[in-house]
Design a protein. Sequence first.
Length: 274
Amino acid sequence: MKDQTILVLGGNGKTGRRVVQRLTAMGRSVRIGSRTGSPAFDWENADTWSNALQGICAVYITFQPDLAVPGAIDAIGSFTSLARKAGIPKLVLLSGRGEKEAQACEQVVMDSGVNYTIVRCDWFNQNFSESFFLDPIRAGHVALPRAETRVPFVDADDIADVVVASLTEEKHANQVYELTGPCLLTFQEVIAAIAQATGRTIAFEPLSLEAYVNMLREYNVPEDYIWLVNYLFSEVLDGRNARITTDVEKVLGRKAKAFSQYVKETVGTGVWNA
């Protein structure tokens, strides 16, 4: 194949950064798809898409902020159509588990005529160390709705390993993988595990979704982020995903990383210090 560069959209994000690191370590040529990339890629500017696809053999598609947001299905449709016309032979889509809007985007990719792999994921472990739950943990007080819901949190390292395999191995063509961790945990259990590992007191307060949304507004959180949070907690965290899969092991030949292992690895970085 003449074109051997892999385009990683969101190459500076939680999974994209790890995918780039692994592909680079394998000696593969990688193009980071971001507003600061060269050439630049911006989901909000379709004029940037064509240049980013030039000379590409496969694409890892991550959509910001989430495939559930209004306009995502149109953007995914336009992008996959452009990729097909550009002769891209492989698309790997990061999707959300249990999100009907995300599954509509998946179907667009499946129907594109291009070989695909769908990597459907639950909530990331790294949301507690690299994302929106980090500041409350550092402050020692985490308040969240859906405190009773059990979630099979999945590690971003496992996701990246599955994505890299899907991008580089033909046997994963036209497959749908649902990735979870090996156990179900509530948010309260997660915070308790982090508190124990760090030796800190981290309070957990269960809230109603309405109270949580009001709290976000009091902190001047942008409305589009509040919409997404409200969607995830009301539409996805209702227990529908309280089921473990073995797809990480199916693809990688090893067990998925346990949350306890993630905590052990992360506590040494000091990121959870007050």
